[in-house]
Design a protein around this ligand. Structure first.
Ligand code: HEC
Length: 122
């Protein structure tokens, strides 16, 4: 192997190990609040589907209490609405409220998973 080829290989190895380190570097950093409530109430979000943490937590909060008014409280949503009603609201939003439709952002599986999970909140 010529010197310059050797150099190229070493440079390549150095670059790929840099990329590798960068990719692993933030392991855990992206984990948002997991919802350890000070008063010990519902600690739902540690078991929430990833989609909840990514798309819902800003408005509905880590403990499901809701950040945008009393109607955004989802702590007992499963006793008010059926699983299918919940899935419908997630997909299509609630007209004339701040609850957006997610059918374009989330897959059908993600919506069903969220609905299954929320329907247990009673
Ligand atoms: C921009 C803020 C916002 C985001 C983001 C948001 N919501 Fe909502 N959501 C609301 C508000 C406000 C309400 C209450 C609407 C009303 O006045 O009835 C609501 C209501 C709901 C309801 C119906 C509750 C009920 O009792 O009628 C469900 C279910 C729901 N949201 C689930 C979700 C899920 C799941 C996500 C994430 C995929 C999400 N929301 C994201 C603001 C938001």
């Amino acid at each position: 192997m010529s010197i310059s080829k050797k150099r190229a290989v070493i440079a390549l190895l150095a670059i790929s190990s840099l990329i590798f380190t960068a990719a692993c570097g933030d392991g855990g950093a992206a984990r948002p609040n997991t919802g350890n409530n000070q008063d010990g109430s519902v600690n739902a979000v540690s078991e929430a589907p990833a989609a909840y943490r990514n798309s819902c937590i800003g408005c509905h909060a880590a403990d499901l209490r809701g950040n945008v008014g009393p109607n955004s409280n989802l702590q007992k949503v499963g006793s008010r609405l059926s699983r299918d009603e919940i899935a419908d609201i997630i997909a299509n939003g609630k007209p004339n409220t701040r609850m957006p439709a997610f059918s374009k952002q989330l897959s059908e599986e993600e919506i069903q998973e969220l609905a299954d999970w929320l329907a247990e909140m009673k």
